[in-house]
Each structure stands twice: as C-alpha cells, then as structure tokens.
Design a protein around this ligand. Structure first.
Ligand SMILES: [Zn+2]
Length: 429
C-alpha cells in the first residue's frame, strides 16, 4: 500500500490489512526512515511448527515472514514486541537502530543471544548501532504511549511539509491508571494525547493501529479486570494463586503486584526471565522494598539467578494463602508437576494482552495440562490496544487530515467508522 503526501511517500510494506509484522517506509528526497520491521506470525505459522523450524534468516525473508529491512539504514522500533521488533540479525553493519530504551533493549535481547533455536536471530549483529529513540533523530520524535510492552512509543515524523504520526500499538486506558495514578505517572510522565493537547501538533497523516476492530473476542475492560482480580482473591482466599504475566509488560506486572500487596500476600518470582526482569524493573523504578515500593518483600525459589530472598517450596505448600507466584506461561506446567497434589485447587490467573496473530500462540495443550493438574484457571485478556469506542477521543485529539488504518484485519470497518466520526480515511488498497 502506497500513499503520497506532497514530497513524502509512505509505503506500508507489511501491516496493511493484517495484524502483526508492521514494516513502514517513509521516503522523501533527503531521507528514508523505517518504522518497525516485525515478524508476521500469521505466515510464520503456515510454514513452521514445533518440528519444522526456520533454517536461516534468508529463508524467513524468502517466505515473506520478515521484511527486507537490510535495504535500509535507519530503523525505528516502536516497542519490543516481536511483531514490531522483528529479527535483527540480518540488518547491515552500520545500520542505526532506534530502540525505545537501550537498557531495556539489552535486558530483553539477552536471553535470545544464548538461544539455540531460530530466536537467536532476533538479536542484532555487532556493527549495528543501537541508539535510544529519545535522542536527537532529526525528523522523528517519539511520543510515549501506554502498551503491554514498556516502554512504547508512537513516532511523529515531520519533514517540514509533511507530518505523519505512526501510532505503533497503544491503549489509552489501563488498570494501573485506575488503581494507582501516581505510579502510572512515574512510568509515563506524559502520554501521547496529553502531548497533543499541550503542543497542538499538526498531523497530515495518521497511521493508526486497529487491532481491536472486529477481533474474535473482545478483551476485558480495565475496571472489570480489577474487579475480576478482586473476585478471584476473595473467593480463593485459602488457595495458592499463580499469575502468569509477560515480564516486559511492566504496567500489568505492577498492577498485579499492587493487588498482591493489598491482599497481604507476598510475591514469589519463578523462572529466570521474570526474576531478571523484575529485578531490573526494581532497580529502575523501586518496585520492591524501596522508597516508592509496590510490595514490601518478594521471594524467589532457589536454583535461578539469585536476585531476591529465597523461599522453599515446602513453605509455600504449607501456607499457600500467603503467596502469589509470578511466572511466565512456559513455567506453569513444570510448577504444577513440581507441586504434585498441592497443585489441586490452586488458581492460575493467565493474563494475555495480544491477539493470537501477534504472538503465534496456541493454548489448547496447556489447557489439557491445567485440567490434569487440577488447576482452576482464569484467562483474562486485557488489551494492549485501545478499544473501538476510544477511537473518537484519539481522532478528536490528534485531528488528522487523513487516517490510514494498519495492524487490523478490519480495514474497511475501521475506515467506515473513521468516516462516521467526520474524518477522512485513506483506504486505497
Ligand atoms: Zn505490541
């Protein structure tokens, strides 16, 4: 999909009429910039499964699972979800990669470097210049947005005669905003709509994600999410509660840690990735046992990198009502196997934020295990994206001259709605 505004050409090479794998090129006579270079999981799943794995970056490119981003030298990443960050291994030496936060990026990319499958290609080769998007990047200004990966940015491009806003993925309401506005403000000094309100930025073209338009199931709204968590803590007050949360989703993690504290339970981190990320977030934002603490105390089990105080499984089995175990999805089955009979009647709160095409997940095997192990499961999909009913507020704040829907399978539906709200939609597919 191509779109021209004055001297600037917008090419949406991936991410138009599909969810996942955004790849957008903005060209004018002095400059080419790329916004995101994500993996298309919808195509990934067509060619690969547990036994058939990618053999090379070249192969993934040939199958159009990843874009030919090696043809460009300036790449901006809106946030660290793989359908936006993509596979960095094929980037040319000398490429400048603008990331949301170099420290978070390094922490996030670390485990992939040691991986012995295709995910090793996610990390960039030496020679790619990784820089913070908040630095001085001539035409592009990052604007902080709320999303299920922290931090996340929309990208505002201004060539002098053309102003483009690329939304990345964003939500404009979240449980953390409701539960602890102060903490929310510590994480986001200003979010995109506030910036627009204050600065009155002009926008010729808005490239806006529409993930939640006509999605297969509607995600739960923030205040219901909080209510559901309360219901679960109330009615399972004697049970062990286990929460699965994506460690890069700092807002989600912080919300659930706050709830844990309010319920006088102590969090236990289980699994290398969440221990390392929780410890990292702690060093940046003091979430445990510091001046602005969210929780007073946190534990972990032995045999992982040691970042928190150690607790034994026997203690947890003896007094399950005192703890909440925080872990990543992949660890739940092993935890259940480990707990033996103690897993029966334990509660799993499985939070997810993205639709299946963004992550490529299938949960049916997990579900069979949960039943077999006796877990009571609550699967709560809280969205990382704005809800369709919030589109009006976004458009009335940004006031774009034209809107191009991306990151949605319901392009026409979204366009019709944009028109109904009194804005122009550029759906020229
Ligand atoms: Zn995302």
């Amino acid at each position: 999909m191509m779109f021209k505004h004055k001297d600037t050409l917008i090419e949406i090479k991936q991410g138009f009429n599909e969810i996942g794998g955004n790849f957008i090129i903005i060209k004018n006579k002095d400059n080419n910039v790329v916004f995101d270079q994500g993996i298309r999981f919808s195509r990934f799943k067509k060619f690969y499964n547990a036994t058939i794995q990618p053999s090379s970056v070249t192969e993934m490119k040939k199958l159009k699972i990843i874009p030919p981003s090696d043809e460009y030298s300036k790449i901006f990443i809106s946030h660290l979800h793989l359908d936006h960050l993509g596979v960095l291994h094929s980037l040319n030496l000398g490429t400048t990669l603008y990331v949301p936060d170099t420290e978070v990026f390094e922490k996030f990319i670390g485990p992939y470097k040691e991986s012995n499958n295709w995910t090793a290609y996610i990390s960039p080769p030496i020679g790619v210049k990784v820089v913070d998007v908040k630095g001085n990047n001539d035409n592009v200004t990052p604007l902080s947005v709320e999303h299920s990966a922290y931090p996340a940015y929309a990208l505002y491009y201004d060539s002098g005669d053309t102003r483009i806003l690329y939304s990345g993925d964003l939500r404009i309401s979240s449980p953390l905003r409701l539960l602890d506005p102060q903490l929310h403000e510590r994480l986001h000094h200003k979010t995109i709509l506030e910036e627009y309100d204050e600065k009155g930025l002009d926008t010729d073209v808005l490239l806006l994600e529409g993930t939640n338009f006509s999605s297969a199931s509607s995600p739960i709204q923030p205040h219901y999410f909080l209510e559901q968590i309360d219901n679960i803590f109330d009615s399972h007050e004697n049970s062990l509660i286990i929460v699965s949360v994506d460690p890069i989703d700092l807002e989600g993690l912080a919300t659930l840690l706050l709830k844990t504290k309010i319920r006088n339970r102590i969090p236990i981190f289980l699994g290398r990735r969440i221990i390392e990320m929780a410890s990292f977030w702690n060093s940046k934002f003091q979430i445990v046992d510091k001046a602005y603490q969210i929780v007073d105390k946190a534990y972990q089990f032995r045999s992982e990198p040691i970042e928190f105080d150690i607790i034994d499984k026997e203690e947890v089995v003896k007094s399950p009502k005192d703890y909440v175990i925080f872990t990543a999805k992949g660890n739940l089955i092993n935890l259940g196997r480990d707990l033996g009979d103690a897993s029966k009647g334990s509660v799993i709160i499985s939070t997810s934020t993205e639709s299946k095409n963004e992550t490529g997940e299938d949960e049916s095997v997990e579900d069979n295990w949960y039943r077999m192990l006796g877990f009571i499961t609550y699967r709560l999909r809280l969205s990382g994206h704005y809800y369709p009913y919030e589109l009006k507020r976004i458009l009335d704040t940004v006031k774009p001259k034209e809107v191009i829907p991306i990151h949605t399978e319901a392009t026409d539906v979204m366009c019709d709605y944009v028109n109904k709200l009194g804005y122009k939609c550029a759906n020229t597919a």
